[in-house]
Design a protein around this ligand. Structure first.
Ligand SMILES: [Zn+2]
Length: 138
């Protein structure tokens, strides 16, 4: 014969198994009403762990949103190209981009995408991106 692990009375029938703070204990009928039934325990542990990660990946389709392209990117690119004495065509050949695209970027009518920006950054050893904190609104 066993005793209830909560109130200590002797369990006359088969008793109840419940979880209390993660431990499975044997208790009498009247105490089992207050505890959590043992069935619910696995569900409590499973649900919160799985969800958040998937959502986070979907939000990250665009590249790092904590950095934005600088306002005077066109000026910086133009100055860097001039400093090297390159024409749009020559630069285009070197970084495998069209000269017409480079002209648009230098005139400020087009923002370079991430791939092109990184190419220009590497080629000229310049920074086209700047870190911003979330409160910044230009
Ligand atoms: Zn009891």
């Amino acid at each position: 014969m066993s005793t209830c692990e909560i109130c200590g009375t002797q369990i006359m029938d088969h008793g109840e198994n419940i979880y209390v703070e993660g431990n499975l204990i044997k208790v009498c009928k009247s105490c089992s009403i207050r505890g959590k039934p043992s069935k619910t325990q696995p569900d409590i542990q499973r649900k919160p762990a799985m969800r958040p990660r998937k959502i986070e990946k979907l939000d990250r389709i665009t590249f790092d949103d904590s950095s934005i392209i600088i306002n005077n990117f066109s000026e910086v690119i133009r100055n860097s190209r001039m400093a090297k004495g390159l024409s749009h065509e020559q630069l285009g050949l070197l970084i495998k981009e069209r000269a017409s695209l480079l002209r648009k970027i230098e005139s400020g009518s087009l923002k370079p995408d991430e791939v092109l920006s990184r190419k220009l950054e590497r080629f000229f050893r310049i920074n086209l991106y700047t870190e911003v904190d979330s409160s910044d609104s230009e």
